[in-house]
Ligand binder design. Structure first.
Ligand code: HEC
Ligand code: HEC
Length: 368
């Protein structure tokens, strides 16, 4: 945050100097259209900068343009589907209820739509990590045949011919044309603007960083301890609690959590390494109240099913993460370690990570 602001401020100062120099002393300065203004990202001041890319600084005009594009079915071939059709704010930007997504022309996808928030702090996108920036990602759902199925050339042509987009693009990117790049950049800016940091957990950490459990009910506090404990639920190695990331991606960013005995390629599709077969992006555990069903194929409808999986349902394969292998016996069968009460307590703790502002904040609602 601080760094990006600093760079932007420098940019503005240089811009101003350049502007002054080009202005002849005998002419009154022309009052032009003001350039795009810096968008101030809504996060706690102690959060780190995140993975912004220098070529695409967030501006109010860029984020707003991105919001229009995100909600506009014009970007699908038959004008029936927008990004928001599968990423609905009311459900944490997922398509609640569907195990796998349905495309604009009815094609059945193979993956569960992912929640969209705090993606600035992620560095590999999609379940298999095949995209490394949001700017490069943003074109893929538009062109994907099983999603919006529109070529970017056609998308640009539609935007150029539109009554209001040319002006909006001018405001967001004053010296650029409407191109595939500015289209992708604007959408990426909107996604970067979606943040979630106002759960009860955040509130407790803010109040008492050393002992957030001080504010919890007995059940939530037990769940919190089980989440951390190696002999309990033992979730933290993959879903870390390290502030300020807080249950977002850290050391095991891509992991095999034992969904299949013969898993899909997953992250290996990107790295080409056999040791990455069956690894998928470790999702944030924030906002689970809104984002069911769970896992890359949406196989679990409830958190009870998820807890059963980690207790006794996970399956061995050669790339199964060591943090689960250690909870198996000599025959590679899971050793159940959680009572019914333990599971309920972990779930009670997970509920502290829900942030209702994500699903209600008007900034991220449809502008139409
Ligand atoms: C047909 C439903 C559908 C549409 C439409 C759609 N998405 Fe998605 N989105 C998905 C699915 C499914 C995934 C997971 C895909 C995968 O991993 O292969 C996903 C993943 C993502 C991710 C990755 C999140 C992460 O944590 O890595 C982003 C970002 C995203 N979509 C943005 C968009 C944008 C922007 C648009 C519009 C241009 C869009 N999506 C349109 C279904 C959809
Ligand atoms: C070995 C690392 C690892 C451990 C340990 C682990 N997880 Fe996960 N978790 C993952 C990965 C990877 C995924 C995504 C897997 C997929 O869909 O292919 C995931 C997915 C989930 C999801 C689904 C989220 C969504 O948006 O679909 C939940 C909920 C979850 N884990 C909770 C837990 C809990 C609770 C624990 C402790 C009992 C735990 N996890 C332990 C790695 C792990």
């Amino acid at each position: 945050m601080r760094n990006s602001k600093y760079l932007l401020t420098l940019g503005l100062i240089f811009g101003l100097i350049a502007g002054l120099e080009s202005c002849k002393p005998d002419e009154p300065p022309t009052v032009g259209t003001p350039g795009p203004t810096t968008y101030v990202l809504d996060v706690p001041s102690n959060w780190p900068l995140g993975n912004f890319i220098a070529e695409n600084p967030l501006t109010n005009e860029g984020v707003e343009l991105g919001r229009y594009l995100f909600y506009d079915p014009l970007l699908s071939k038959n004008s029936s589907q927008s990004c928001a059709s599968c990423h609905n704010q009311g459900f944490g930007f997922t398509d609640h209820g569907l195990e796998v997504s349905l495309g604009s022309e009815g094609a059945v996808g193979t993956k569960n739509a992912m929640a969209l928030f705090n993606l600035n702090w992620s560095s590999g996108y999609f379940w298999d990590g095949r995209q490394s920036t949001l700017e490069s990602l943003a074109g893929e759902p538009i062109t994907a045949v099983h999603e919006m199925n529109l070529s970017l050339t056609e998308a640009v042509a539609r935007l150029k011919a539109h009554p209001s987009y040319p002006a909006r693009f001018k405001q967001a990117f004053p010296d650029k044309e409407i191109t595939e790049t500015t289209l992708r950049f604007a959408i990426a800016q909107f996604i970067r603007s979606i943040t979630s940091y106002q759960s009860k957990w955040d509130e407790y950490v803010q109040k008492t960083p050393q002992n957030p459990a001080a504010h919890m009910t007995a059940s939530e506090a037990r769940g919190f301890n089980l989440f951390l404990s190696e002999t309990g639920a033992d979730c933290r190695h993959c879903h870390t609690l390290n502030s300020p990331f807080i249950i977002d991606l850290r050391e095991n960013e891509f992991a095999n959590n034992g969904l299949e005995a013969s898993p899909d390629s997953g992250y290996a599709r990107v790295t080409g390494k056999a040791s990455d077969i069956g690894k998928f992006k470790t999702p944030s555990l924030r906002n689970l109240a809104y984002t069911a069903p769970y896992m890359h194929d949406g196989r679990f409808a409830t958190l009870e099913e998820v807890l059963d999986h980690y207790d006794h349902g996970f399956q061995f394969s050669s790339t199964l993460n060591v943090n689960l292998v250690k909870h198996m016996d000599a025959n590679q069968q899971p050793i159940p370690r959680l009572s019914a009460q333990d599971k309920q307590d972990v779930i009670a703790f997970l509920k502290l990570l829900n942030d209702s502002t994500l699903v209600t904040n008007p900034k991220w609602k449809s502008p139409f």
